[in-house]
Design a protein around this ligand. Sequence first.
Ligand code: ADP
Ligand code: GLC
Length: 515
Amino acid sequence: MGNAVASARITDVNLQQARPVLHVETRQADTQRILFVTSEIADLVKVGGLGDVSAALPRALAQHHDVRVLIPGYRQVLDSGHPIRVVGEVGGHAALPACRIGRMDLPDGLIVYVLLSPELYEREGGPYGDTQLRDWPDNHIRFARLGLAAAEIAATNAGMAWQPDLVHANDWPAGLAPAYMAWRGLKTPSVFTVHNLAYQGLCDLHCSPELGLPASASSPESMEFYGKLSFMKAGLAHASHITTVSRTYAREITSETFGCGLEGLLKHKAIRGQLSGITNGIDESWDPQHDAHLVAGFSPRDLAGKRANARYVEQLFALDADDGPLFAVVSRLVQQKGIDLTLQVAERIVAGGGRLAVIGRGEAELEQAMRELAARHPGRIGVQIGFNETDARRMYAGSDFLLMPSRFEPCGLSQMYAQRFGSLPIARRTGGLADTIEDGVSGFLFDQANADSYLEAISRALKVFRHPALLSAMRCQAMSAPLYWRQSARPYDQLYRDLIGVSKPVQLAMRRASR
Ligand code: ADP
Ligand code: GLC
């Protein structure tokens, strides 16, 4: 039923007619064409911060470059209501089926290429798993298909009128894009961005024939990883350059503690200048005065709207409406996020007069532990197991403090959203949290992943809460912290130019020959 509705919005065009239209003549001399390959984009489908970055970064770069996004045609994408026109196709390869490529123009002009394969992508569930968050068993096929489609587009094998000067692949689902590009001998440079090294996209070595990999893929120099095939390692090993999403995390992942077994390779890349950290930003839609999701807008000078959002949160979570500090958790409920630490300190927050609202979903045991915690503290702790963008934004807006005791955090966006909305993050000094929170100025940082260290930061926060002038000064600092993509887009722009500059003569020669 969903398939039929979705398919009705897809229109075929004559691929031969589409082929000769080349943008190369009309674009400005320094505008580069970038294919941004991702498994989430917040406009259409979002699981976490990768979705936000994939929506924001291509747009932030649009004033400099022609950035287009490639994403699998999940049911949510097809059902989004935006028309899709077929503009290309890629042939089958080993067990990867042939696919059509659709083009979707989002209302603000962002162009999204949608990889159309009903058998791989049109399913009830999320990008990576079913409604119970269990991984799809054929994820290696689904995402190898994504990577190979990107390589085919770059190789001008997709019958499309547009070819990228550079392919920017994100996280393990796109990890095979730089690899297939390298195996095909393409000169087009590639950037591989690590958003989270802990998710590696592993499959058995014997899957190699299904993915049509060359024999060399199974070597440790390529994507072999402790007797498995790692999509993450494929991206790291074969991309022209690796970035990750904060400067601190770029350092951390070269160590054994954070490197997830890939620290040797990453250290080697860092020494050769092929690994850099570019801290994420947040997009301009995170505006406390004008965000349409909020119950009411507000600014540092007029916080009445912030209180209105707090009232909403109190009602939603059945919390007592008193003057105590309101703490929020907006998070995937997984080990990474230190949720167990919050479970340990929650009763102390309540004892200190605080209230706690939690929204999230993830590991079953953590979900259950959160439910039980709320049941023990009616009126003081409320928990919603689920995912809701509007409620999340109202929680950032309504809360006084956001809890983010992550064990590791490649960048983290929630702490930036919280700051923008005047909620002071209490976070562990790791990864992007260390880079985007100024301890005692725009939030509170603590060092050790244990309850004592966490409680020390919480007690500092409670002291500030009892001094309205101090609280308001910190809120002002947080709300005006310079965290927008404007800053973060510049280093990507420079990186693209540097990489394309190196291989430009070859690229241009090839293109002229094909006109
Ligand atoms: P990660 O990508 O590791 O989950 P980030 O902080 O980078 O962490 O991004 C998380 C994103 O997901 C933020 O946009 C946050 O608001 C959103 N988010 C997390 N959990 C929920 C939820 N339960 N409901 C709505 N949004 C959520
Ligand atoms: C990952 C990381 C998170 C980061 C996000 C976007 O999901 O866990 O820290 O902010 O990607 O880059």
